[in-house]
Design a protein around this ligand. Structure first.
Ligand code: B4P
Length: 191
């Protein structure tokens, strides 16, 4: 059995994946792989990939599977010595989940568990509009775009619950409460 701790942090937009990743990477010495952060870095650097991604992200849509899979593959290859990874915002589709399993199983370092933050829609909208007011993130400015992201999640990403449940790796976590309390729940679930 692999010694590596590979965690998929899952949940709708605004569930707190980015927020909680910070604590998990610190506590367990893991590498943080956020496809949202990687895409925003491409946008910031004004690359061709970033320009294409920005249009989709600003419309509340998902970026193409082959692009995010390629990014994750490059980052994993750059961190061969890692104790494990927190996958934040990835996978978001079944194709991404299958690609991730193929990459990890080839190294006999499978996903340890999927931790799914469960938060009601109105709380998500409130959090994201709050972040939009201070962070300048363009996809958090408009309630219509936020609700579109939530619909995309329900349609394309939420079905991954079944994918990980079938592997007995899915763990639902109440994502409402103080940030510290939610971290405690995640740590207990990791065991
Ligand atoms: P992401 O960057 O993954 O961001 P997110 O889902 O919007 O947010 P997250 O859940 O990380 O929330 P956070 O902790 O920040 O995606 C952005 C876009 O990139 C996607 O829409 C898509 O277009 C594209 N993309 C990314 N990955 C992709 C992929 N794999 N495939 C295709 N496209 C992809 O928290 C949100 C707010 O809540 C913060 O302000 C935080 O302070 C607050 N908060 C957190 N925890 C709280 C708590 N307990 N109580 C109150 N507020 C809390």
């Amino acid at each position: 059995m692999s010694e590596k701790l590979n965690i998929v942090l899952f949940g709708p937009p605004g569930a707190g994946k980015g927020t909680q990743s910070t604590f998990l990477i610190e506590k367990y010495g893991l590498v943080h792989l956020s496809t949202g952060d990687l895409l925003r870095a491409e946008i910031h650097a004004e690359t061709e990939l970033g320009k294409a991604a920005r249009e989709l992200m600003d419309a509340g849509e998902l970026v193409a599977d082959h692009i995010v899979i390629g990014m994750i593959k490059n980052m994993m290859e750059a961190h061969l010595e890692a104790k494990g990874f927190v996958f934040d915002g990835f996978p978001r589709t079944r194709a991404q989940a299958e690609a991730l399993d193929a990459m990890l199983n080839a190294k006999s370092e499978p996903i340890t568990c999927m931790l799914a933050l469960e938060v009601p829609e109105e709380e998500l909208v409130k959090r994201l509009l709050g972040r939009g007011a201070t962070s300048g993130r363009s996809d958090d400015q408009d309630e219509h775009v936020i609700r579109k992201r939530i619909r995309e999640y329900e349609e394309k990403t939420a079905p991954l619950k079944d994918y990980y449940q079938a592997q007995d790796k899915y763990k639902g976590i109440n994502g409402v409460g103080s940030i510290a309390d939610i971290t405690t729940r995640l740590v207990q679930a990791i065991g």
